[in-house]
Structures are given as structure tokens and as C-alpha cells.
Ligand binder design. Structure first.
Ligand code: GSH
Length: 243
């Protein structure tokens, strides 16, 4: 069994090693990917325990996250869940290479952008749960929300949302954007036209060339098979792992 294989209802709680930071994740969860990106980018040593969200171990909701969601981190008695809370915590504990801006106005602007991004997330959620064939009803709304994100990058007039280099906001946006890029390859109507998304498409290119983004990339074929498994009611979050 690969160590990446997701733990399920019958799996035992993996013993915690003293001093080792553990991330509870799922290979297809974009929220957990936010934390995977941060841990890699800041070179924070950690182990990953993947959770099968369709058949969770009971201990996960009892011991780790009462909400039963990933991501969550655990180190000794410290347990934190929710991607934004986890990432802000890790960024302030591991001070090197800070990803949250120091300027309070920049912090506020990024939080406002995260609210705008939440509207994209809602459309992504609809894409994820809609049945085959209904995607084309959601895609125009998804792209319309992305127009606002493109406009924001235009206003910011910088290579990344965070400025000259990727910051927390870029890593918060990226995982769902990766999903949208996959959708753009799977559905013709979802094509990300670089005439329409003049600022966003070069940003996508810049993000895709970052070593952490390459390292955590979900291949299109895995994503396609994962979506198929969800739609068939047999969610398989171990797709792509060797037997
Ligand atoms: N607000 C949470 C959302 C996390 C989330 O929705 N995770 C999903 C997987 S992508 C999950 O754990 N779902 C399991 C469930 O709802 O039972 C965060 O940012 O961490």
C-alpha cells in the first residue's frame, strides 16, 4: 500500500511522532492543496496523511476536526483546521519567507479579493456537483466571475496578486484555478481565452512554472478520472497511485 493512499473508516489512527508536523489532506482537495503549497514553498518539514472523505475514519472527526474536513494540521497537542486559518498560523510560526504581507492595507485588500474569489469557488462547487451535461449551464457564470479576478490583477498591475512574487493570496487562489484550467481542457466552452482574460492567463503561466506548483500538480487525466468516479457515486481519491 502506498503511504499516500487515503485512510478510510477501517484505518487505524497513525501514531504521531514527537515533533513531526502532520498535514491531513486529500490528493484531490483544492483547499488542502493551499496548505501543501505553503508547506513546500516555505520548506517546512511535514508528513501527509490522506483522508478518504467519502468514507472517513471515525477518529478523524473525534480527534482531529469535528467538521470532518481537510486540511487540518497536528503537531503534538496543537490541532488546527481550515486552510486559511492553518496557512496564516504556519506563516506566522515559520517566519522565514513570509507570505502574508506586512502592510495592513495589503492584508485587507487580499482579504477582499478572497471574498471575490469565494464567488468563483461557488461556481466551481456547482461544476463539481453537477451531473454530466449540465456543466455548460454553469460555465458562463464561472467565466463571468473570473472576469472580476482578471480585472483585479489588471488593477494590481503586477505579475502576481501578491506583487512581484507569489504571496499567500496567489497560493489561496491557485488550487481552484488549476481545476478551472483542467475544466478549460475538458470543456470547449470553458476555454480561457487570452483575449478575454488578458491578465489572468499570463498569471496562470507564471504560477505553472513555480517549482511548488509543478511538484503538487494534479495531472489532467487523474482529475478527469476522479471527476468520473465522483459522478458515478464511487469517489476514488487514490487515482494515480501505484497499487
Ligand atoms: N473552509 C474549508 C473548506 C475545506 C473543504 O471544503 N474540504 C473538503 C474537501 S475539498 C472536505 O473536507 N469535505 C469533507 C466533508 O465536507 O465532509 C477550508 O478552507 O479548509
Amino acid at each position: 500500500m502506498s503511504s499516500e493512499q487515503a485512510l478510510w473508516s477501517e484505518s487505524e489512527y497513525p501514531k504521531l511522532q514527537p515533533g513531526v508536523l502532520r498535514l491531513y489532506s486529500n490528493r484531490f482537495c483544492p483547499f488542502a492543496k493551499r496548505t501543501r503549497l505553503l508547506l513546500e514553498h516555505k520548506n517546512i518539514p511535514h508528513e501527509i496523511v490522506n483522508i478518504n472523505l467519502a468514507d472517513k475514519p471515525k477518529w478523524y472527526t473525534e480527534k482531529v476536526s469535528c467538521l470532518g474536513m481537510v486540511p487540518a494540521i497536528q503537531c503534538g497537542d496543537v490541532i488546527i483546521f481550515d486552510s486559511i486559518i492553518v496557512n496564516e498560523y504556519l506563516d506566522s510560526v515559520f517566519q522565514d519567507n513570509r507570505l502574508v504581507p506586512e502592510d495592513p492595507y495589503k492584508v485587507a485588500k487580499d482579504k477582499m479579493l478572497a471574498e471575490i474569489w469565494a464567488k468563483v469557488l461557488r461556481q466551481c462547487g456547482k461544476m463539481f456537483t453537477c451531473h454530466s451535461g449540465n456543466e455548460s449551464e454553469v460555465i458562463p457564470d464561472l467565466l463571468a466571475e473570473l472576469d472580476h479576478i482578471d480585472e483585479e490583477l489588471k488593477i494590481r498591475n503586477a505579475p502576481f496578486f501578491g506583487g512581484d512574487k507569489p504571496m499567500m493570496i496567489d497560493f489561496h487562489i491557485w488550487p481552484h484555478m488549476e481545476r478551472i484550467v483542467h475544466y478549460s481542457q475538458l470543456y470547449e466552452e470553458c476555454k480561457l481565452d487570452n483575449g478575454r482574460f488578458r491578465h489572468l492567463t499570463p498569471w496562470i503561466g507564471r504560477m505553472m512554472s513555480l517549482p511548488v506548483v509543478i511538484k503538487t500538480k494534479t495531472p489532467l487525466e487523474w482529475f478527469r478520472l476522479f471527476i468520473e468516479s465522483v459522478k458515478a457515486g464511487k469517489t476514488d481519491c487514490d487515482i494515480g497511485l501505484a497499487e
